[in-house]
Ligand binder design. Structure first.
Ligand code: AKG
Length: 270
């Protein structure tokens, strides 16, 4: 019978391989309601510039809070805090629906290591865990519906395929890549440096997920703030675009569970 991995085992997996899966972050009996709520809010607030076959909404906490209580599920947040420190912050909340027919994405590392973002740490970057990407499986993730493709160990590289100088092309599968499958309610936790991509959805149903990213207190997030001077200067200096994360509305913040509020306090509007 499979046993539940300990925190130490998960930390080792994350350190050596760059990723791990945390099961039952959303309990089985609750996950269908969260999936429906996220899917419905994504459809209602869909980004007009989302790629074909993808439903996408950034700043998602302002539109739906059904997932918020699970951000502090003890065996999940303990792993996040053990990696990034006690005063960790949520940097992004994005909903993503990959529809049937969605093609495989390009291999990349995430912000702040993605070299196409204005606010990136230039490659070659140092070997430091500076940001975590967590992908919440609201539908089961399978090879057929496009479970995330990961390249284990690639987080220790000092570059990634978003850099023109990287010797690996983003659209070429990497020989040791695998797909991170899991049950609905599980969360794929990745070092944001790890090379990854969305898998192709060859099934006949939508893959509903959220990307919730975490930063340590010392990482500057101001370049993500719409309208900030720092954002404008980063974009002007690099000639690159940047993700936008809208501020959390005060009334949304006030309605969050007390133990979830510290994760968002740095980003409240006003
Ligand atoms: O949808 C996926 O499986 C991957 C998403 C992704 O690449 C990202 O959010 O950076």
């Amino acid at each position: 019978m499979p046993t539940t991995p300990t925190l130490e085992e998960q930390l080792l997996h994350l350190k050596l391989d760059g990723w791990c899966i945390v099961k039952d972050v959303i309990p089985r009996e609750a996950v269908a309601a969260v999936r429906e709520s996220v899917a419905e809010a994504t459809l209602r607030h869909q980004r007009s510039d989302a790629p074909a076959n993808i439903g996408h909404r950034t700043g998602f906490i302002n539109y739906d809070q059904s997932f918020a209580p699970y951000l502090v599920t003890p065996h999940f947040i303990e792993l996040i805090r053990a990696t990034l420190g006690q005063n960790v912050r949520v940097s992004f909340t994005s909903a993503m629906i990959n529809y049937p027919g969605n093609a495989r994405g390009g291999l990349h590392a995430d912000w702040p290591f993605n070299q196409r973002n204005a606010g990136h740490i230039p490659a070659p970057y140092p070997d430091v865990v500076a940001h975590l990407t967590t992908l919440w499986m609201l539908s089961p993730f399978s090879a057929e519906n496009g479970a995330t493709i990961v390249v284990p160990g690639s987080h220790r590289m000092e570059t990634n395929p978003s850099a023109e100088s990287c010797s690996h092309d983003e659209d070429t599968p990497y020989p040791t890549e695998i797909q991170a499958a899991g049950d609905a309610g599980s969360v794929l936790v990745m070092d944001s440096r790890m090379w990854h991509a969305a898998g192709a959805n060859r099934s006949d149903s939508a893959r509903v997920a959220m990307a919730i990213r975490f930063a340590p207190w010392w990482l500057n997030l101001n370049g993500l703030r719409p309208g900030s001077g720092e954002r404008a200067r980063q974009m002007e200096a690099t000639g690159l675009t940047e993700n936008e994360v809208e501020a959390v509305k005060p009334e949304v913040f006030a309605g969050l569970p007390e133990d979830v509020q510290p994760l968002f306090e740095h980003w409240v509007e006003g």
